[in-house]
Design a binder for this molecule. Sequence first.
Ligand SMILES: Cc1cc2nc3c(=O)[nH]c(=O)nc-3n(C[C@H](O)[C@H](O)[C@H](O)COP(=O)(O)OP(=O)(O)OC[C@H]3O[C@@H](n4cnc5c(N)ncnc54)[C@H](O)[C@@H]3O)c2cc1C
Length: 642
Amino acid sequence: MSQHCEDTAADALIAGAGLNDQQRAAMEVAEAARGDAGRSFAGRLFMGSYEPEQLHPFPTQDDDDRRTGDELVERVTTFLAEHLDADEVDETRTVPQVVIDALQEMGIFRMKIPEAYGGLGFSQVNYNRVLMAIASHCGSTAVLVSAHQSIGVPQPLKMFGTDQQKQTWLPRIARGALTAFALTEPEVGSDPARMTTTAKLSDDRSHYVLNGVKQWTTNGPIAELLVVMARTAPKMVRGKERTQITAFIVETDSPGVETTHRCDFMGLRGIQNGIMRFTDVRVPAANMLLGEGQGLKLALKTLNTGRLTLPAACTGMGKQCLSIARRWSASRVQWGLPIGKHEAGREKIADIAAGTFAMEAVTWLTSHWADQDRDIRIEAAMAKLFCSETSWRIIDHTMQLRGGRGYERAESLRQRGEDPWPVERMMRDARINTIIEGTSDIMRLFLAREALDPHLQVAGDLLRRGVGLRRKVRALGRVMLFYAKWYPTQLWGRLFPRRHRVYGQLASHHRFTDRNAHRLAAKLFGAMARYGPKLERRQVLLGRLIDIGTELFVMSASCAYAESLAAGSEAGDSPRMLADVVCRRSRQRVKQLFRGTPGADRRRANELAGRVLDGECRWLEQGIIEAPAARTPAPGAVERCA
Ligand SMILES: Cc1cc2nc3c(=O)[nH]c(=O)nc-3n(C[C@H](O)[C@H](O)[C@H](O)COP(=O)(O)OP(=O)(O)OC[C@H]3O[C@@H](n4cnc5c(N)ncnc54)[C@H](O)[C@@H]3O)c2cc1C
């Protein structure tokens, strides 16, 4: 992809969308961090191109890799089942040090570090297999491991560190130094352009001086090393000042680093998550990763692979729910039948099983593709979006099936001799998944940007302000040439999709995916033609199109996964049945999503939200005891925690 095309697409978006200064700054920072776009499997769906041959045969581990993974999964599973009481972790807000030590001993904290630096050099698949097992038992322990390794120092260091930097830190991390990732600030959640933490280069250029506050840093209070994103001196780009965000490795024992508060959450209560304050912290220039101004790119690229752990964790939780739902629904008899045999129970069980299967399919597909070094930014975001939302639905069904026992804490159940199944804790632990590592809304925006990219690259010059007439005419010619061929292809593909008979029993689902990829592409193009760069603001419309693309991706991954399992024969025909149910449900959602919300309803809802924000409906809030506003000290200014 040429730099010119990238710039054209970015400029078209930024210049044409009628943004205010703050929105423009946010967009410029995000665009500068995006990097080159590759056209991956899911990316092509948005252009109307369905290529199931990319998924068939479904990737598998080679024997050596599988054996390595089997051994550690077996060890960690046995150990945690015997030695880690996850409800006690939740109650005491502590993962016992003996457990951390034992996991350290097993190599759990160095799975992703290359062997050359003393790590286990695990593939993404094996790493995620281990994380899935841990997450099925204790969410807090899984997050402890993942914050250190999926996004903490080893991941960006491995990807972007110099040889010298790797030599300095990776062996130390492999020996047990715990790490964390510090991007979020009180005013910076989804919008890093507003970052206020600064790193000022010293006059002799030997070090940076770091000042600021980072919020919700998982592992922060117990980490030895942090990767911290901070603002460095701005740069002039085409006559305008551009914010520079830079990443640094920071030693937490440096003078001026402190944890001012340990945060307490609804779930994941065992994690050590804190507000970190930096006051005149000297960070050697040699600790800068990737270069000045490259920090957000580093953070986003780290998250591209880092967020693959979350689908694995969601799948582990889904499997646990499936096990609980199966056992409970078969044994609990009400109104003369086991509750799983009433139709409402069957519906939930089918949804739990199908959802878990679909999550597993996208988890393994994306993990294998990460191991093959493919550009998976779109698929990883889809996996995160789909798995976090599906696992929430699954835990909700499980809670409903368990009835009052679902709402009762495990310890209370245990005390009165009942199965202490921790549905209540799992629900609390699971809720954060649609928020961390990119909220669902932000994932949809991110995916929308990627989905629109090919169109922006073709038509960018037409949409940009300040482009000369001659260049616009040339661009028009290019656009007409491209779309004259492309658009009829979409219509044709929609009317006469390929049959995909080679995929046997699931061929009709492939056909549906093929047809609807064409339909999706045409719809996206239509929206683009109608709204131009302002489409970026039509979040509901874009969100629907992104959800359609995600459903199509999930359908194709599920079908391919089913074929690979069915071929292995152990599971009989059940994988195909699971994939069939996944696809039937997805098809309903896709049809619904294409129908969308009538424009008048949406406009009315927009108007209502505006009036609520203006305070016109405050009368509706009367009759309550209003939740109190903040009292000092404000977050980040509280007493230093013990
Ligand atoms: C338990 C926990 C662990 C965490 N661990 C870490 C960590 O280790 N390191 C780290 O750096 N951070 C961490 N975080 C921070 C986490 O990544 C952020 O909470 C997340 O990025 C969202 O930011 P925010 O909470 O400030 O929400 P905001 O960005 O304020 O968003 C609030 C809501 O507005 C929506 N929204 C925001 N912008 C838009 C938009 N443009 N369009 C539409 N909707 C929008 C969001 O989707 C969300 O629903 C953690 C948070 C928690 C709670």
